[in-house]
Ligand binder design. Sequence first.
Ligand code: AMP
Ligand code: MN
Ligand code: MN
Ligand code: MN
Length: 274
Amino acid sequence: MIIDLHNHSYYSDGILSPTEVVRLAKQQNCDIFSLTDHDTVDGLAEAKAEANKLGMQFVPGVEVSAMWSNMTIHILGLGVDADNEVLQAGLKQHQDFRQLRAEKIARGLGGAGVVGAMEKTQAIAKTGMITRTHFAQMLIQEGVCKDMRSVFKRFLTGKKPGGVGGKWAQFDEVISWIHAAGGKAVLAHPLRYRMTNTKVKRLLNHLSDSGLDGVEVVTGSSSSDEVTLMSQWARELDLLASSGSDYHGWPNQRVRIGHLHDMPNVNETVWRDW
Ligand code: AMP
Ligand code: MN
Ligand code: MN
Ligand code: MN
């Protein structure tokens, strides 16, 4: 079975349309596939229609930004009802914050000499949502930076010119939105935060106590050692194990849909009932 439960389209910071992402997943022989755009469910209807056409099992998803201990983390909602009003109201708050944040980022970049940052970035974003990735693409296009990594380092984090702190909802609130919509709450890419492993373990413990259902044991950029460690923690904390590439479709991204390590021995997977 090929299962990929973490993917992006141009409804957030991916390159492809939902239809194109689903077609690619089919080409890569995915059996179960989820679209999980940042803080929006707007691409799900299109993705579902295409998946139905191709006879592929589709899981409606979303990747929600959240605060934990003053840091931004990402919680996947898998199997959510996109029409749920609690979820929609929560995501609307995040979309409004993204708009305000984009204006602040643009002002910061203006102060650093980047002219017309907002207009240029809006022209890159295909849908209404502006993510930091769109600012990064703009700065690369303008020749200000050579790649994503250097943009985030020089401009979009901390006290850098385009650095704006997250003001997302708290993790427990985000978990409650996902549960209200009938979804499973899964911590995304646990080893991609700027935290020591000890702190990640504390994060997982704390989130489990607040109703977290699962953790991404396998991601598109996991090493074998990372997969082993996360599978151990998933067993210890009795969390459902998930698997997802975090595919965005950027030209230089090495991650590919459906190309994932096998799931090691775990208690239960998040897709056990699907
Ligand atoms: P946002 O949700 O708008 O704050 O943007 C976060 C997105 O930016 C993440 O989902 C990644 O896709 C991307 N990102 C964050 N940090 C980096 C980084 N250091 N290098 C490349 N992409 C990054
Ligand atoms: Mn992203
Ligand atoms: Mn993420
Ligand atoms: Mn993601």
